[in-house]
Design a protein around this ligand. Structure first.
Ligand SMILES: C[S@@+](CC[C@H](N)C(=O)[O-])C[C@H]1O[C@@H](n2cnc3c(N)ncnc32)[C@H](O)[C@@H]1O
Length: 202
């Protein structure tokens, strides 16, 4: 699997260099000035969202299973003159901050169906009490389109799947949307997505 991604990332900027717009809107509502303003981006690829968060003053950890993408993330952070702790790690091995993160941003991280809920349980554990998960991914109607995402319906997200996988969190937003993606060559054009926000109780 990681070899597939390493090959894809031979080309740089596959999901663009600009941050995801939902991430920008949601993170703008939160303040990195609070204590523990430590943020995690799992499966972050080349670091488009990590670099932007670091620019906004967040202390940022990111990881990805692709060594190529992790190197690009380090370089993009360096070029932007910001600190991002970019880990080359598998989602089922990454340990993260023991006290947890104030924000976890999960973007287009679609696992094989048999691993999805196990992965999402790990994501919940990475949040500190009061911490917030911000997620965007594809929903099943995306299957007929050519703007990205896995071609296996079992890997896509419905509101019911996300509500069940994150049932320990308080759900703030769980909505599908039809949008026009403009995120590099692999996320381009009309798309059916889901946006999800949830918070861990204090
Ligand atoms: C569609 S890309 C999205 C990248 C990034 N989140 C973004 O939106 O730009 C999915 C990413 O998940 C990573 N990934 C997939 N399975 C993984 C795993 N088991 N552990 C760590 N990373 C993984 C891939 O390497 C790839 O970078």
């Amino acid at each position: 699997m990681h070899r597939f991604w390493d090959e894809r990332y031979q080309q740089e900027g596959v999901y663009g260099r600009k941050p995801n717009p939902f991430w920008v809107r949601q993170l703008d509502k939160l303040s990195p000035e609070e204590p523990n303003s430590h943020l995690l981006l799992p499966c972050e690829g080349e670091g488009r969202n990590a670099v932007w968060a670091a620019r906004k003053g967040w202390k940022v950890d990111a990881f990805d299973g692709s060594a190529v993408a992790t190197k690009t993330c380090e370089r993009w952070a360096e070029e932007a003159n910001v600190q991002v702790k970019a880990h080359h790690a598998d989602a089922f091995e990454f340990k993260g901050e023991v006290s947890g993160y104030s924000v976890v941003g999960l973007f287009y991280a679609h696992m094989p169906a048999h691993l999805r809920s196990r992965f999402h349980r790990r994501v919940s554990k990475w949040l500190r009490p009061g911490g917030r998960l911000i997620l965007e991914g594809f929903e099943p109607r995306q299957l007929g389109l050519h703007s990205g995402g896995p071609k296996d319906e079992a890997m896509l997200f419905t509101p019911e799947i996300l509500a069940s996988d994150f049932d320990g969190l308080e759900v703030i937003l769980n909505e599908t949307a039809s949008v026009e993606l403009d995120e590099g060559p692999y996320h381009q054009g009309p798309a059916h997505i889901i946006q999800f926000i949830a918070q861990k109780s204090t």
